[in-house]
Design a protein around this ligand. Structure first.
Ligand SMILES: [Zn+2]
Length: 362
């Protein structure tokens, strides 16, 4: 209780300096405000928290606005991404999957600060923008793709929501259509008033999204055809030839804890087998769509024969499942890699005495 009071007081003080503290504030978000207002010594943070491995993840990098990402991701520019990489390279050694596997099997533990770079969602910028930068800097990386979306066969439902919000904001929609739109939203959930409320939609509801798209004259199929937001099979092949790792990010990006355990296992194994069959990759890698929160130990036992490594999104944390590696999101609005890592180390140090920096699973 005292800790809670302390952090409420701390958040009030910090909000004087940083008015952008999110309304739905949790403990972690408070730690994310600290590096913005207090200069840190990275070396002392690292010495106090000897976590040798950090695994950052991004979705994309772009200097031009991406309407399908705009309302759901905080996309960094090429310059911001390069600065992040330079910072990482100053403090950590880049490693690849072989070193990760040796580390996990205790064959050759990672002793000096190292990082493994990863990207989710299989977007086309991985081939056009990110791969050339990462290659130039000599950094190994893994790209995780949704097998149902390769070759622009279909569009992730949250990208559809971003496109709908964009259409609502930029098109002149007659009042009669706006009424139709609100009726549909209310039918889905009485709390929904605007399209932005759809951002908390946990399930694919393609019928609802397609109906909203018709009202807003928004054509998802045309968008896929014209913009080609995803990697093609040829581009994935080319990335593998350049030495990158490619893994699965599930078939169509469901929220794992919201689907049945049978479907979790099916999506995971089918995705990894598709990648292996199609691209003959050396490692069987999987990154969880959204989060691996609430995923059972039995899930990991069942996928173990089919997968070498999996990756979660819980930040700087250890996992009871040694082959499941937690990653840090590098796409936090207005924050550099340095600030994000400082926040993660501070949060890690805070949780350590309470043994909360370790994920236990039932
Ligand atoms: Zn994803």
């Amino acid at each position: 209780m005292e800790i809670k009071v302390f952090f409420i007081a701390l958040s009030r003080i910090l909000s004087i300096f940083t008015p952008a503290i999110p309304q739905r504030m949790n403990l972690k978000s408070i730690f994310y405000q600290i590096p913005k207002v207090l200069p840190m010594s990275f070396d002392s943070l690292l010495n106090r928290n000897p976590v040798p491995l950090v695994v950052p993840f991004y979705h994309t990098v772009s200097d031009t606005p991406l309407p399908h990402c705009k309302h759901i991701l905080s996309v960094k520019s090429v310059a911001q991404f390069e600065n992040d990489l330079e910072y990482l390279l100053r403090h950590y050694t880049p490693i690849g999957v072989s070193e990760l596997l040796q580390h996990i099997s205790d064959e050759k533990p990672i002793l000096k600060p190292s990082f493994f770079l990863t990207f989710d969602d299989g977007l086309s910028q991985l081939h056009d923008i990110i791969a050339p930068v990462v290659l130039r800097k000599g950094v190994p990386a893994a790209f995780f793709v949704n097998t149902a979306f390769i070759d622009n066969k279909a569009l992730f439902y949250r990208f559809k929501i971003s496109l709908l919000i964009e259409a609502e904001q930029h098109k002149r929609i007659p009042n009669s259509r706006m009424l139709q739109l609100q009726k549909l939203l209310q039918k889905e959930n009485k709390r929904y008033k605007t399209l932005s409320d759809l951002l908390d939609l946990r399930f694919h509801n393609e019928t609802l999204l397609d109906e909203l798209a018709t009202i807003l004259d928004c054509d998802f199929i045309e968008f896929l055809k014209q913009e080609k937001p995803y990697l093609s099979t040829e581009q994935v092949d080319s990335l593998i030839k350049q030495g990158f790792e490619v893994g699965s990010h599930s078939e169509d990006h469901p929220l794992y804890f919201a689907i049945s355990s049978e479907e979790q296992i099916r999506q995971t194994i089918a995705g990894v087998e598709f990648i292996n069959r199609t691209f003959h990759v050396p490692h069987r890698l999987f990154s969880f769509p959204f989060t691996d929160e609430f995923i059972s130990l039995s899930f990991f036992q069942q996928i173990a024969p089919h997968i070498d490594l999996s990756f979660g999104t819980a930040g700087l944390k250890q996992d009871v499942v040694k082959t499941n590696i937690q990653r840090i999101s590098m796409e936090v609005s207005g924050m550099t890699a340095q600030q994000i890592l400082e926040a993660e180390y501070l949060y890690y140090a805070f949780k350590k005495p309470f043994h909360k920096n370790f994920i236990c699973r039932k």
